[in-house]
Design a protein around this ligand. Sequence first.
Ligand code: CTP
Length: 390
Amino acid sequence: MRVILGITGSVAAHKGAFLARLFVKKGYRVTGVLTRAAERFITPLQISSLTGDECFKEADFFVPQTKPLHIELAESADLLVVAPASYNFIGKAACGIADGLLLSVFSAFRRPVVMAPAMHSSMWNSPFLRENMEKLRSAGVHFVGPVVGILSSGESGMGRMADPVEILRFSEKLLGEAGKLKGKKVIIAYGRTEEEIDPVRVITNRSSGKMGYYLAERAKALGAYTILVEGEISYVSPVGDEKHRVRTHSQMRDAMMKLSPEADVIIMSAAVSDFRPEARSEEKIKRGNTLELTLVPTGDILAEIGKNKKEGQVLVGFALESKNLEEIAREKLSRKNLDIIVGNTVEAPGSDVLDGFILDKKGDVRKFKGAHKAEVASAIFEKIVEFLGV
Ligand code: CTP
């Protein structure tokens, strides 16, 4: 397997060299690409001596070739690792700028990408960096670190590049998993539905769609054909192979019933409205005294999918409860004919972390306390892979 190791201008550049060595020791072919700023810290000779392979620098971009160098590199490698990834590199990559060899390789790279940010903590706290990282994350880029430690300024803070051993471990996991769900169709429904009271008012809930974002990220990373059924969200919209935007319960139901017969995996993480107004007022309802609304129940989409579930399909549902979570989740798992259910407490909507568990129909339980939704999404897919037997 071939890894492109990009090194950008940072005092941590020497750790990139160490990482090159770690990859080589594990039997990977490692091709280095240094940015102009990286060359102020380390040399191509140093990297190629460690890897036994070529190491390109910016000037090589302008050498006439039969095939453009950045395309050749992007098409021939299994993984692109940028370590260290500077503030500048992350910003340019997120904005689609390709004014150098490494950025051009990134622009053409269609396999997993790992970036290990390294910078001073005040740069790490920049809102622009956050926005740029979110953009890259939603396009499937993986970040490892940074970590807290001594920075080049001598101060201690967040921004130190992750340990190369950690970056290697993460990369190997990614390479091992990539393609595990290749050829499988995964549908993920997420976000909240809105039921209209009048032209401006709706009944809805606090779901942000974050869980769906992390589930979509995992599905893509595992190589699945990812179909997203997206309700209303207040977080970044994830990247999938197909995206169906819906707003109401009835639109979500129609989309799910149409798409699910073809799917291998169906994950229903949407916060669907259990009720809708019996009638929608055509006019905006005027201010007045007490207003009485009659709400009628909506159908349970997940239960309907469960009823029509085909042999071999894996169906995942969620349970959100204020009390007796585990007991109710068990009951929902069997009543709705699910394979896996994720239980979480009422604090979960909108939050980055959750307390809860993953329960499957064999009775296995895995509990979480204050776990990041990305970690939970990963664990859900571990279960899915187990059920698919791939
Ligand atoms: N769900 C659904 N259709 C609905 C309501 C919920 O498909 N009309 C799905 C959700 O996406 C979730 C699961 O059902 O995967 C459980 O949702 P939850 O709100 O916890 O429970 P309900 O099934 O609505 O049951 P109840 O509110 O009666 O506990």
